[in-house]
Design a protein. Structure first.
Length: 242
């Protein structure tokens, strides 16, 4: 389909849709100045994922892992949502739509932008979890007097983030699957689509009959399977589009 007709068809589908899922990844926050994982200059270029994003890495050197996440917290605290986050929040507020933002991001910028129904598949930078008693707490510190920080029970606190080899939070994942199966359009934004089971969500939507629109800076597996693919920056495409 020629590019203009492709844009038009996708735009019409979104204007008509009553139930929409936005499935997002690190590319959405790139224009807020936060590094993605797998792009040139991304986080995994500075440090191997198995050194900071696995339970084994945390067991071996919790202070090293915490320093990585404290730096991520500082970067996220210093930034704000960009036009892509805001366009998705604004779209949900108009016309009484049922919108879910299913995100792999841990930075909380969708919520700051005003999105109400945000399902965080990979946890949050802004929570800790106790290794001993399991207590989960909101925590926005960007430094601790003692690293790793300790729970009141004496146990070690870890970031409440889903690392490689760990299960996604079951209730969040179920809610995301359900939203995917119900939606008419699934908009996939700023993700390389290589990390499973999260990357399966748009396929679930497609199998249940949804149209898929991909907005991404490069072609991905999702883009190749999508009904529509708009190549470029989310912060430039989405505000015009939604
Ligand atoms: C722009 C842009 C702009 C840039 N505008 N676009 C099958 C095969 C092999 C392995 C597996 C498999 N199934 C599962 C696995 C294992 C593993 C996995 O998927 N590995 C693959 C990498 C091979 N998965 C897991 O381990 C998961 N758990 C699991 O499977 O558990 C099983 C289990 C069940 C029951 C009990 C116990 C266990 C957990 C995965 C957790 C991943 N966590 C991470 C890091 C922690 C969070 C953090 O520190 O922030 O989450 S990995 C990292 O990747 C992070 C992200 O959420 C995730 C996805 O990355 P994302 O968002 O797509 O970013 P990028 O950088 O990859 O892509 C950015 C894109 O944006 C690019 O395309 C750019 O072009 C684009 N872009 N600027 C638009 N301005
Ligand atoms: Zn505890």
């Amino acid at each position: 389909m020629p590019r203009d007709r492709e844009r038009l068809a996708a735009r019409e589908a979104l204007a008509r849709a009553r139930r929409v899922v936005f499935f997002t990844g690190a590319g959405v926050s790139a224009e807020s100045g936060l590094a993605t994982f797998r792009d040139a200059g991304g986080l995994w270029e500075g440090v191997r994922p198995e050194r900071v994003a696995t339970p084994e890495a945390f067991a071996e050197d919790p202070a090293f892992v915490w320093r990585f996440y404290l730096a991520r917290r500082a970067a996220a605290a210093a930034t704000s949502p960009n036009p892509a986050h805001r366009a998705m929040a604004e779209y949900a507020r108009s016309d009484h739509r049922e919108v879910a933002v299913v995100t792999q991001n841990v930075d909380g910028l969708h919520q700051v932008a005003g999105s109400a129904n945000v399902l965080e598949l990979h946890g949050s930078l802004w929570r800790t979890r106790c290794e001993a008693c399991g207590a989960v707490a909101e925590d926005r510190a960007t430094s601790f007097s003692e690293v790793p920080p300790r729970c009141r029970c004496g146990g070690m606190l870890r970031p409440d983030i889903v690392w490689f080899g760990e299960a996604l939070p079951p209730t969040v994942f179920q809610a995301a699957s359900q939203a995917a199966r119900r939606c008419e359009v699934c908009v996939v934004v700023g993700t390389s689509a290589v990390v499973y089971p999260a990357a399966g969500i748009p396929y679930e939507a497609a199998r249940a009959g949804a149209r898929i629109l991909v907005v991404n800076a490069e072609e991905t597996e999702h883009a190749r399977e999508a009904d529509w693919f708009l190549e470029g920056k989310a912060g430039e495409i989405l505000p015009d589009f939604l």
